[in-house]
Design a protein around this ligand. Sequence first.
Ligand SMILES: Nc1ncnc2c1ncn2[C@@H]1O[C@H](COP(=O)(O)OP(=O)(O)OP(=O)(O)O)[C@@H](O)[C@H]1O
Length: 487
Amino acid sequence: MFDDDPGGQAEILRRRAMPSLFEALETQSEGTVAIDRNGRIVWINAKYAKMLGISDPASAIGREVEAVIPNSQLRQVVKSGRPILLDVMSFGPQRLVVSRFPLTDDDGTVIGAVGYVFYDSLHRLKPLLGELARLEAELEAAKRHLNERRQPRHTLQSYVGDSPICLDVKRRARLAARHDSPILLLGETGTGKELIAQAIHGLSARSAKPFVGVNVAAIPDTLLEAEFFGTVPGAYTGVDRRGREGRFKTADGGTLFLDEIGDMPLALQAKLLRALQEQEIEPLGSDRPVKVDVRVIAATNVDLEQRIRDGRFRADLYYRLNVLCIRLPSLTEMGHGLEAIAEAILQEIALRTGMPSRVLTPEAVAALGRHSWPGNVRELRNVLERVCMLTDNRNLTVADLAEALPVDGSAEAPVPPPSSSAAAPLAVPPEAPLPSYDDAFAAFERALLQRALEDSGQRAAEAAKRLGISRAAFYKKLARAGLRAKG
Ligand SMILES: Nc1ncnc2c1ncn2[C@@H]1O[C@H](COP(=O)(O)OP(=O)(O)OP(=O)(O)O)[C@@H](O)[C@H]1O
């Protein structure tokens, strides 16, 4: 050992270390078990046997270790010859901290393994175990939440409106649910395209499988391919290095809803067409196609045929998607549908908030009918929610609406300009020089977007909802104004 260690103290210490360590661990631990090279228990102390509910430790001798300790990893230690210094093992509702060591003979051959269980005595590990339990609970909750979100919220009954044009939408949706070909939903923002997509999925043979929605316009072009088709492990560095499941794979067996399909970059359109034709995808970084079974429902509020003429949308993809097309009417096209939708929304607000239910006076219905509703049903819902917050009146009058209804020039109703302070900071102060129209408009839009984000806790989806525009439109306006949502 050492040159100045004539008595061989170091060697004596080393020899003593093993048995002392064994004894110390045995006394400190809550249980000790040893197995032979075949995974059979050769020794178990009384404390461990008691914890396992075995009254006589001798009865465990000779049994397969997993038959006595279901999650034991001792056999792996024998196989690998390597210790597991610290691990957490579940035993019923309990979590045990365990250490496992291989046992070797004089030649270094592994002849068995010994395991120690610690729990109460390791106070220092308690916060760690607590943290682990918390993270596991969070993961479970997140998984549950994700699964719930993948189940559609809307059925065909959620689509309100009994005018002929609305009934035709429902008829076509029922028809679409019976087939498995792609569907194209056309309509302005807020006309219920996603609602109908969910309803079709719910009525189809795929209803027990996931409904996965992707807003093409909300994802930067550079990330779209990975988002759609996934990546294989190692294809990327950073967070994606382990590989990622794309939305196609997530929707396997179910329905993939592609919102704002008109905004898809041309290169990706080619890959989407291939995925639709072959029912297989190629994750990024892989050269092996993966089979998927997905029904695609695409939606857009842009004129796709015009985009084809402009060279921005592939004609072949358009024809592939346009097997069955459903056009969703705007709120103004719905005719009497507007009144029915407003009533249904008011009922739903009352149910959700516990507030008393409200009724619109005939004059208020007429005033709603005169508004142009660029945000369609989404905008109508926002207006009605605002009215319900601003007044306690059971009968909603034109005056009640006036506070919540945006002025859009088309409304002839006696709607006074908003008196709330919301508009004031956005106006040009009289002492300031007159800006150009474009500058003033850009400043107004920027302030409006910022305000919407602030009011919505920086959540872009909520901000878009409050403004009565689609998320995609909101993101585009944000980008144009050089702003970003933090949430
Ligand atoms: N006919 C309808 N009956 C009841 N609710 C409706 C109807 N149409 C739309 N809505 C409601 O309006 C809101 C917007 O609908 P949805 O998101 O389906 O519209 P969209 O056409 O997909 O909009 P975007 O193009 O902006 O994504 C949702 O709250 C939806 O439930």
